[in-house]
Design a protein around this ligand. Structure first.
Ligand code: XUL
Length: 516
């Protein structure tokens, strides 16, 4: 019996097929949006725009990617054995749909590409994604309506953040009232893609719903004042939040036929990529922590009770029903890539440069704000280099990586998160030199999964749990633990250097933020 996990991230769509009983990975594949779907004109998965605050992607591209990967999978794997499918997607992004969407889904034909059949369902051709930072005014309005940022955080799990869906919807409704009036449904990237598989419009799971500034984290229902602060008549456009284990029924018959899936293939709600990674890394224990080094760098910790978070942090919900304390840094892989490209290096050259410099970088520091940063809030991009010049490639390479983890260390300390061990995922987690710096700065062993995309794995694990009826513990033991590699240990000799570097970084950050 097989299960399928899908993850639609910023830059790619990944599929992982597992044997549900043994946990063996039967097949993995990924489509890169820029490379494999060039007609949509994306760069790093998003549409280039003169204003760096406006970051959108074409939702039709995600439809075509899903259609393509399922067709490719059906040629590579016997999909008639797939008992269940779950998925995840980049968090916060929103898709705006006309009232024709349900009819178009119900009428999907098996013998034609999905993109052509769904091209007319969008009331907004592009979807704002998590890198968008254009909604400052809307954040202030939502915070004001709920009693200030601390009240918004207490109610929804986060103060109003630019990329969160509530502020994004508010901006659209305000600036494009006609298109808003033509919008009958708003879905997250996750619930949009889940709707395609189900052949009907499905609701949003609690995990991804906690990234909207609209859901009451305690009751897991929409919060009336938050809805009203965004737009009157929003609720009917959202559908209801649903538990991550809710069963969505079976795959749409036309899609079963199109890809050779069985009509009995069951579906789970899709969730956010970070909650899904929590499962793909096996984090169902209180206090377990992870580091995701993808387009964004994310530090998160799972807890049974609600964590006390500082203002810059978020509390989301994980598919296991736990809470997730989370910090998201926008300058993740795009910042590392910017340094790599500026010095005309490949990744081997980048790693070699790390080898030529010592922990602490002889006091040279970088505030790595290549694009507007989320934590700390930096509205306008601007890299700061302290103690060296941009032309020094070796110093620059170490400074970007150390700067990222020093910033993370400061937030972890502020939230009282002191990891005993970190599970790492994402592209950069494949680089041992980067993991060594993470272990040294964050002061704990770092283990990584041999499955690069643990969000897709987490989706497959959820599907395996549904298909086998096993409990979390047994499911994780069979499907996750076998993929975790050995740990990179922190080195005692760099502890004092990094304590000093963390203090220096905090001072540099403070002075940059004060200077504006
Ligand atoms: C989390 C966040 C990012 C995206 C990336 O709050 O915005 O990590 O989920 O896909």
């Amino acid at each position: 019996m097989l299960v399928l996990g899908l993850d639609s991230s910023t830059q790619s769509l990944t599929a992982v097929v597992l044997d549900a009983g043994s946990g063996r990975v039967v097949h993995q594949r990924a489509l890169n949006f820029d490379r494999d779907l060039p007609a949509y004109g994306t760069r790093s998965g998003v549409l280039p725009h003169a204003d760096p605050a406006l970051v959108h992607a074409p939702p039709l591209m995600w439809v075509e990617a899903l259609d393509r990967i399922l067709a490719e999978l059906s040629a590579a794997v016997d999909l008639s054995q797939v008992a269940a499918i779950a998925g995840s997607a980049q968090q916060h992004g929103s898709v705006y749909l006309r009232d024709s969407f349900p009819t178009a889904l119900a009428g999907l034909r098996h013998d034609a590409p999905l993109a052509g059949q769904l091209a007319e369902v969008f009331s907004r051709a592009t979807a704002p994604v998590w890198l968008d930072s254009s909604t400052g005014d809307d954040c202030r309005a939502i915070d004001a309506a709920l009693g200030g940022p601390a009240a918004t955080q207490r109610i929804t799990g986060s103060a109003a953040y630019e990329r969160f869906t509530g502020p994004q919807i508010r901006r659209f409704a305000r600036l494009e009232p006609q298109a808003w009036a033509a919008t009958a449904h708003v879905r997250l990237v996750s619930s949009f893609l889940a709707s395609l598989l189900a052949g009907r419009v499905v609701g949003t799971d609690w995990g991804d719903g906690s990234g909207m500034n609209l859901m009451d984290l305690g009751t897991r229902t929409w919060h009336r004042s938050a809805l009203d602060a965004v737009s009157p008549d929003l609720e009917r456009r959202l559908g209801s939040p649903m538990p991550p284990a809710a069963q969505l029924g079976f795959i749409a018959p036309a899609l079963a036929r199109r890809y050779g899936l069985p009509a009995s293939c069951r579906l789970l709600p899709w969730t956010g990529d970070n909650p899904s990674s929590a499962i793909g890394l096996g984090l169902v224990r209180d206090g377990a922590c992870a580091l995701s080094l993808g387009t964004s760098d994310v530090l998160f910790a799972v807890s049974q009770t609600r964590p006390a978070m500082p203002p810059a942090g978020h509390t989301f919900l994980s598919p296991s029903g736990d809470h997730m304390a989370l910090f998201c840094f926008a300058n993740g892989s795009l910042a590392r890539e910017a340094v790599k490209d500026a010095h005309r290096l490949d990744w081997d050259g980048f790693t070699a440069a790390l080898g030529r410099t010592a922990p602490g970088n002889a006091g040279r520091l970088m505030l790595p704000w290549f694009r507007p940063e989320i934590v700390p809030k930096v509205p306008v991009a601007g890299v700061r280099r302290i103690g060296y010049a941009a032309g020094d490639a070796d110093a620059d390479v170490r400074a970007v990586v150390e700067g990222q983890f020093l910033s993370m260390r400061l937030r972890a300390e502020a939230a009282g998160i002191r990891p005993v061990e970190l599970c790492a995922t994402g592209g950069a987690a494949q680089n041992i030199a980067i993991l060594q710096i993470a272990a040294d700065i964050l002061r704990c062993p770092v283990r990584r999964s041999q499955i690069t995309n643990t969000a897709a794995l987490g989706a497959a694990v959820r599907a395996a749990r549904l298909a086998t009826g096993r409990e979390w513990g047994e499911t994780i033991a069979t499907t996750v633990l076998p993929h975790l590699g050995g740990a990179v240990e922190p080195r005692a000799e760099s502890a004092a250097t990094y304590a000093a570097a963390a203090a220096a970084y905090a001072r540099a950050e403070q002075s940059a933020l004060t200077a504006g």
